[in-house]
Design a protein around this ligand. Structure first.
Ligand code: SR1
Ligand code: MG
Length: 420
C-alpha cells in the first residue's frame, strides 16, 4: 500500500505509514499501554487479520495465537476513502475525532462503548477492546436475530450523550470549546453531499441505484417533488447550522455491536456538534430499512410478522427510553435559563428525528453506500420492491415531519408509515 497523504496533511502527519498485518503486530508489541495484555509475547506468537468491512478505514484484529481472547482492535484512518480509493482523499483528522468522541462517551456512559487502550495521533489510529462475541446489529438483524435489550441500551446512550454535551447541561464556555474541538468539516461534507444532495439529483458521480426502480427514483428527483425537496432543505439547513449537541453522526446499525445481553456503540468518526435528531433518526431509519427488507428475508409469514413486531417494539423502546432518560436528566440538570422550553424542545426534536430518519432511508437506496439489509435480497425484483417501499416511507417522513404537533404523536406517526 502506498503512503499517500494529501499535501495539506503532509506536514502534520509526515511519519504516517499505513499498517499491514505484519507491521500491525510490531506496532502493538511496541506499545507500553498494551504490555500487560500481550506480556512477553514475540511477533511469531501473534496473528493479525485485516477485518475492515466499512467504507473508510483499515481495521486489524491482533491476537495471541495460543490465547485468542488476548486481542485488540487496531483501527487506522487512511488518507482516502477506502470504498472509492486514492482518487478521493480524506482527512486523517477523523482518527482524532473518533478517539476524542470515544473518550467523551467513555466518561458519560462507559458501559456502552469499547474500552480505548490508546490513540496515536501520528499514526492516526486507535487501539481498542476487541468485542469478540459481538456482531454488528445490522448483521444480526439481517439474520433475524432478536436482541431483547438493544432498544433500551440505545435509547439511554442517545439521551445521555446528547443531553450531557448540550447547552442544557454545559456552561456556554464549555460547550463552545467542545464545538471547536469537534469541528469535523470534511466528514460533515460527506454527509451533506451523500444524504442531503446527491440522492435528489440525477447525473451525479456517486449516484447509483437498482435499475428496476428507475421510475421511482425519477419521481424522487423530479422538480415537481416539492414537499420532499422542501423538507430536505430544512433538514440540510439544520444539519449544517444547529450545533445542539455532540452527535455520533453515523449511528446506523453497522455502528452498533451487540450480543444477547450487551450493546456497544463504535465508529464515531463523523461526530460533530449537530442536531440531536440526526442520531435518533439514524436508528429509526435503519430499523425501518430492516423492516422493509424482512418481507423478503423471512418467507414464513408468522415468523416474519413476529420479527417485524420485534423491530417495532425495539423502535418503541428506543423512543420511550430516550424520553424517560432525557426527562430525568432535564429535571435534575437543565440550567434554569432553559427551563421554559423543555416541552417545546422535545417536540422539535421528535419532528426532526422523523425527518432525518426519512433522509437516511432514502440515501441508503439512492446514492453511495447502500445497506446489506436491502443488498442481500438476491432476487432483483424483490429487492426493488423493498427499496421502493423504503423510498415511499422515507419521502413521506421528509414531507410530513413538520406536521408533528406534539412529541406524544411521534410513535403513531412513525407507525403510520408502515401502512403506506
Ligand atoms: C464515503 S463514506 C460513505 C458512508 O460511509 C459511512 O459509514 C457514512 O455512512 C458515509 O455516509
Ligand atoms: Mg463508520
Amino acid at each position: 500500500m502506498t503512503n499517500l497523504i494529501p499535501a495539506k496533511l503532509a506536514e502534520s502527519h509526515s511519519n504516517f505509514k499505513a499498517l499491514d498485518s505484519t507491521t500491525a503486530i510490531a506496532y502493538v508489541l511496541g506499545q507500553p499501554a498494551l504490555a500487560q495484555l500481550f506480556g512477553s509475547s514475540t511477533a511469531s506468537e501473534l496473528a493479525a487479520e485485516e477485518i475492515g468491512d466499512g467504507n473508510l478505514n483499515l481495521v486489524f484484529r491482533v491476537y495471541i495465537l495460543a490465547e485468542p481472547q488476548r486481542s485488540v482492535i487496531v483501527k487506522q484512518a487512511l488518507p482516502y476513502v477506502r470504498l472509492v480509493g486514492e482518487s478521493w482523499p480524506l482527512t486523517l483528522d477523523r482518527a482524532r475525532i473518533e478517539a476524542t468522541a470515544l473518550a467523551a462517551y467513555q466518561e458519560i456512559i462507559p458501559a456502552r462503548v469499547p474500552h480505548l487502550y490508546l490513540y496515536d495521533a501520528e499514526q492516526c489510529l486507535t487501539v481498542m477492546e476487541n468485542l469478540r462475541d459481538y456482531v454488528t446489529m445490522r448483521k444480526g438483524l439481517v439474520a433475524g436475530q432478536i436482541y431483547p435489550q438493544v432498544g433500551q441500551h440505545i435509547g439511554e446512550f442517545i439521551a445521555e450523550t446528547l443531553f450531557r454535551s448540550s447547552d442544557f447541561f454545559l456552561s456556554p464556555e464549555e460547550k463552545k470549546a467542545k464545538v471547536i474541538q469537534f469541528t469535523n468539516p470534511e466528514l460533515c461534507r460527506i454527509t451533506e453531499d451523500l444524504i442531503f444532495d446527491e440522492p435528489y439529483r440525477s447525473n451525479v458521480k456517486n449516484n447509483h441505484w437498482n435499475p428496476l426502480i428507475d421510475e421511482v427514483v425519477a419521481q424522487l428527483q423530479s422538480d415537481n417533488n416539492r414537499a420532499v425537496k422542501e423538507g430536505v432543505f430544512w433538514l440540510r439547513l439544520s444539519f449544517m447550522t444547529h450545533a445542539e449537541a455532540l452527535i455520533h453522526g453515523d449511528l446506523h446499525t453497522g455502528s452498533i455491536m451487540v450480543t444477547d445481553r450487551d450493546t456497544r456503540v463504535i465508529d464515531p468518526e463523523f461526530a460533530y456538534y449537530g442536531p440531536m435528531g440526526f442520531d435518533l433518526g439514524a436508528i429509526f431509519a435503519n430499523l425501518l430499512l430492516n423492516y422493509c427488507s424482512q418481507q423478503y428475508h423471512i418467507t414464513e409469514t408468522t415468523r416474519r410478522q413476529e420479527f417485524q413486531t420485534y423491530l417495532i417494539t425495539t423502535a418503541r423502546a428506543v423512543w420511550q427510553t430516550f424520553l424517560t432518560h432525557w426527562q430525568a436528566l432535564w429535571d435534575e440538570y437543565a440550567r434554569s435559563e432553559w427551563r421554559a422550553g423543555g416541552e417545546a424542545f422535545k417536540t422539535h426534536l421528535a419532528a426532526e428525528t422523523l425527518g432525518f430518519a426519512g433522509c437516511k432511508m432514502i440515501r441508503r437506496v439512492v446514492g453511495l453506500a447502500h445497506v446489506a439489509d436491502l443488498e442481500s435480497i438476491s432476487d432483483p425484483q424483490q429487492r426493488a420492491a423493498a427499496e421502493t417501499r423504503a423510498l415511499i416511507i422515507g419521502q413521506w417522513l421528509v414531507s410530513n415531519y413538520r406536521n408533528l404537533k406534539h412529541y406524544d404523536e411521534f410513535f403513531s406517526m412513525l407507525e403510520q408509515t408502515l401502512l403506506l
